[in-house]
Design a protein around this ligand. Structure first.
Ligand SMILES: Nc1ncnc2c1ncn2[C@@H]1O[C@H](COP(=O)(O)OP(=O)(O)O)[C@@H](O)[C@H]1O
Ligand SMILES: [Mg+2]
Length: 264
């Protein structure tokens, strides 16, 4: 049992797309500073879970409580401002824009500052931008010493691992309390995946209070970074526990390997 206060409490979360139940009564609690891994076969509802948490879709039932506050009815930008940030399964970086521009656009998207707002509060806004760039440069440097120097280069010129780093930094720029990572190792080779794991370790050391939920197919990553693992299948949470508990769980093994292989 966790002694830290829980940051996020999800209860009975249900999402339907027409007749399809993509999430079916899911309960998940995340404590402050905790990293929770989410696994499950394709189509089991993992990304839908993130979409519900970030206000991109409206759940059919259930409750999401973040920092003691119910998120029902809040729009995505309001939820982002409360402190939930994410990366997407498919990169949403603008390859033609610079590293810093991508990071600033990401911050701005969570703020919804209008033109009038921007003019009236320009001083404060620019100050916040400067602080964010400094903070992000520090983090980029920890990931890869060359990256801050390449902040004005187009993201399209960076290798895959550095693009992923920029995405993570973009999510962290607004100082979220909860970071959602949707399959960060997708498309990476084993060396890049190992680097990604080291990056996530750095994030943990730099931001010990940050909570993380990471969706991953790579069990090596899940084992390396998560303190607790939740397994989904057909929209239901079928298991929860330590990596060792999950890896030995029969229904999880069946979901991944098929019934026959799981018994072998
Ligand atoms: N916007 C949508 N409209 C209709 N069906 C969707 C939508 N998003 C996801 N689904 C369906 O919901 C199920 C869960 O999808 P998803 O959460 O993306 O799975 P995962 O991320 O675990 O691979 C799948 O059957 C998928 O086809
Ligand atoms: Mg997905």
């Amino acid at each position: 049992m966790s002694v830290s206060p829980s940051l996020l409490e999800v209860a009975g979360l249900t999402v339907r797309f027409g007749g399809l139940v993509a999430l079916d009564g899911v309960d998940v609690v995340v404590a402050e500073g905790e990293t929770v891994g989410v696994i499950g076969p394709n189509g089991s509802g993992k990304t839908t879970f993130f979409n519900a948490l970030t206000g991109l879709l409206v759940p059919a039932a259930g409750e999401i409580v973040f920092l003691g506050r119910r998120l029902a009815g809040l729009e995505a930008h309001a939820i982002a401002r409360l402190g939930i940030a994410r990366t997407f399964q498919a990169s949403r970086l603008c390859l033609a824009l610079s590293v810093f521009d991508n990071i600033l656009i990401g911050m701005h998207a969570g703020r919804r500052t209008g033109v009038v707002d921007f003019v009236v509060r320009r001083g404060r806004f620019l100050g916040e931008m400067r602080t964010a760039i400094e903070r992000v440069s520090h983090l980029l440097a920890l990931f890869n010493g060359d990256l801050p120097r390449r902040g004005f280069e187009r993201v399209g010129q960076l290798p895959q691992i550095d693009r992923r780093r920029v995405e993570i930094c973009r999510a962290l720029a607004a100082e979220p309390k909860l970071l959602l990572l949707d399959e960060p190792s997708a498309g990476m080779n084993p060396e890049e995946t190992a680097e990604l794991m080291r990056d996530l370790q750095i994030v943990r050391e730099e931001m010990p209070g940050l909570s993380v939920i990471i969706i991953e197919h790579d069990m090596f990553v899940i084992e390396g970074v998560s303190q607790r693992v939740v397994a989904f299948n057909y929209g239901r949470k079928i298991a929860e526990g330590s990596f060792a508990e999950i890896a030995g769980h029969e229904e999880v093994r069946e979901a991944y390997l098929g019934k026959e292989a799981a018994r072998a």
